[in-house]
Design a protein around this ligand. Structure first.
Ligand code: SF4
Ligand code: SF4
Length: 94
């Protein structure tokens, strides 16, 4: 499963937090709601499960909100957040 996607500009203070959307396969019931409601048509159903083509996802979170099974989860790129925090603190220390 590809868990990584493009970056999303969720702002926390002065820091941009990067997220990606993950499908919890066991919960997906192949209802196609996320496929129909994706504005950039980047969800496909393969082997009975919805998958996001991560490179094209604009992370609007429509699919997270529309999924009645709670099969879509928002995850945060912790490495990128840590790196941004480090940059922010070093800039403040100067
Ligand atoms: S909306 Fe949820 S249950 Fe329906 S296909 Fe998408 S991930 Fe699966
Ligand atoms: S977050 Fe938005 S763009 Fe990305 S797969 Fe879900 S509905 Fe499509």
């Amino acid at each position: 499963m590809n868990l990584f996607s493009s970056e999303v500009p969720l702002r926390k203070g002065g820091i941009i937090v990067h997220i990606f959307i993950q499908t919890i396969k066991d919960r997906c019931h192949e209802c196609y709601a996320c496929v129909r409601n994706c504005p950039v048509k980047t969800v496909k159903v393969e082997d009975g499960q919805a998958e996001i083509i991560q490179e094209r996802c604009i992370e609007c979170t429509n699919c997270v909100n529309i999924c009645s099974q709670g099969a879509k989860e928002i995850k945060i790129h912790l490495d990128k957040v840590r790196s941004l925090l480090k940059e922010e603190y070093s800039a403040l220390a100067r």
